[in-house]
Design a protein around this ligand. Structure first.
Ligand code: NAP
Length: 517
């Protein structure tokens, strides 16, 4: 089976051999993806002209209705997608739900927001500034849809959520998308797109799909276009430094890898509810999606006096983790998505082991040697102040490192050594610890989760990205921002200061008001 590309309102096959997509449990090929020889410039222009006009011709509420219709098509086929996610991504049912239901939920959330914006097509910020001496000349900020195409390049670990979270925001903003899933796991994105196109719910040109290499995509962007990239820091840097991208003046946002952390406060001692909550979250980090989440906990900062107890509590739960074929209902940890990812994870683990020891390792069981399985592993870094690799290297698998710390200032300083991350969590009931961590580490993170007894188990998790919240992180994490409710629309819209008289500005009030932006 060769995946086709959906361009200019048509399914088109690439002209090359393509690259193999495999079942990570067996290592066997299940499909090929190829985008060789496609006219991407024509496809981008079709999206800009036809898709852009179609979307800008709809009100926010109407765009929201499209998002809701897409979500309904996906929901109707959900069980089939779970099977595809198992086949091509090695997902357990829980893993698949995070990707598939996460995508559907994000589409529905933006469909709901769209309703609140009603029949308007542009957004206007609350409040205007008087610029002259007399009250006849003011400025007010207006957001209009950019007449370009949003090129969306995704990572392999979220073929559903990654695609739909980007498409939802662009579509609501009135901008067509050209989505490019990572080749290795593109089958799910492809099948979803097939269903959505067949259902006839998309305005013409509003969504295109490239399955296969993205080479050539960077060359087609123009000044009103954007590139939203998710993937490794290395590819992100390459995109940012691409001469055509730089010269085009297009917008670029980068969601790259990061070495996220969790911190236990000194009050989170063994036997306390907060300690148990932290253990639960770390075990999730070592099992869910086999650790292949960009936001996953990689470093665990524990007060030195609790380190032994914490390691033992996590190790006890790890012993019960069943690693194996996700087709088996008992399996808690599936494989990495292919043998290449496994090899990369193992080589990074070897680098970490130069400064860390193995505290616990889950049993691997009877798995095929060519498959992507990596045993969940808890490492211990005894000297986090001297260590560097543990703060630099992201093992994209079920691996995390415990780092004992002497005092909170030291823990905060060590967390910063990752140079900017997507997500941080803190487990503590102590207001002084909570405030110090928030003030010290919020500038270094796109999201900070604070778990105390008041929150208990009623939180969405360290790794889960919610569409209401900003997603992205500073520094090494790429400096990007996605989602975050209506603020996410800003990437696809132009914010212009409209200077003029009160009559003109009153007329513009027909646009939806954006309170507090
Ligand atoms: P990757 O190798 O950097 O690839 C990411 C995407 O870039 C893929 O779709 C890839 O296409 C594409 N690409 C590569 N070269 C390109 C080019 N010249 N032009 C256009 N597109 C190009 O990353 P990955 O291995 O898929 O993903 C794993 C990494 O992503 C991890 O480090 C993880 O932390 C990070 N990640 C970050 C986030 C976040 O939100 N911050 C979310 C998920 C994952 P092909 O697949 O066809 O090569």
């Amino acid at each position: 089976m060769k995946l086709q590309n959906y361009l200019e309102n048509d399914w088109i096959e690439g002209k090359g051999e393509g690259r193999a997509l495999v079942n990570p449990v067996t290592g066997q090929e299940i499909a090929r993806a190829d985008a060789t020889g496609l006219d991407l410039a024509a496809a981008a222009e079709f999206a800009r002209v036809t898709g852009g006009a179609a979307l800008r011709g709809l009100s926010f509420a109407e765009r929201g209705a499209v998002l809701k219709a897409v979500a309904d098509v996906l929901a109707a086929n959900r069980d089939r997608y779970v099977e595809i996610a198992r086949l091509n991504s090695g997902n357990t049912a829980v893993d698949a739900s995070i990707d598939i239901d996460g995508g559907i939920g994000t589409l529905k959330y933006y469909a709901f927001l769209a309703k609140t914006l009603g029949e308007a097509t542009t957004l206007i910020e609350e409040g205007r500034d008087q610029l002259g001496r007399e009250p006849v000349f003011f400025a007010q900020h207006l957001w209009t849809s950019r007449p370009g195409v949003a090129v969306q390049i995704n990572a392999f670990n979220f073929p559903s959520w990654g695609m739909w979270e980007k498409v939802a925001v662009a579509m609501l903003a009135g901008v067509p998308s050209l989505a490019k899933p990572a080749t290795a796991t593109a089958l799910l994105s492809y099948e979803m797109m097939r269903d959505v196109v067949a259902a006839g719910v998309l305005p013409e040109g509003s969504l295109s799909l490239v399955c296969g290499s993205g080479e050539g995509l960077l060359a087609v962007v123009g000044p009103m276009d954007s590139i939203a990239f998710t993937g490794s820091a290395e590819t992100g840097r390459m995109i940012l430094n691409d001469p055509h991208v730089t010269a085009s003046g297009c917008r670029v946002t980068i969601e790259a890898d990061s070495v996220n952390a969790t911190i236990l406060g000194a009050d989170a001692a063994p036997g306390t509810p907060v300690f148990d909550l932290a253990v639960r979250e770390v075990v999730k980090a070592l099992s869910v999606k086999a650790g292949q989440l960009c936001t996953n906990i990689r470093r665990i900062f524990v007060p030195a006096e609790h380190a032994e107890g914490f390691g033992a509590a996590v190790a006890a739960k790890m012993a019960a983790l069943v690693v194996g074929d996700p087709a088996d209902e008992a399996t808690r940890v599936g494989p990495l998505i292919n043998a290449a990812q496994k090899a990369e994870a193992l080589s990074k683990i070897a680098k970490l082991r130069a400064e860390c020891s193995v505290l616990a390792e889950a049993p691997l069981g009877d798995v095929a040697p060519d498959a992507g399985f990596v045993a969940p592993m808890l490492l211990l870094c005894d000297d986090p102040m001297a260590a560097q690799a543990v703060h630099d290297i992201e093992v994209f698998g079920p691996v995390a490192t415990l780092l004992p710390y002497a005092d909170l200032d030291q823990a905060i300083g060590l967390a910063v050594k990752a140079e900017g991350s997507l997500a941080l969590s803190l487990f503590s009931n102590d207001p002084a610890v909570q405030d110090a961590v928030i003030m010290g580490l919020a500038p270094w993170h796109g999201r900070v989760l604070v778990v105390d007894e008041e929150v208990g188990k009623n939180h969405t998790g360290h790794s889960i990205v919610m569409p209401q919240c900003t997603h992205g992180g500073p520094g090494r994490a790429g400096g990007g921002e996605e989602l975050g409710g209506l603020r996410g629309l800003r990437f696809h819209m132009q914010r212009s200061a409209i200077q003029g008289g009160p009559t003109l500005l009153e007329r513009l009030q027909g646009a939806a008001r954006m309170g507090g932006l």
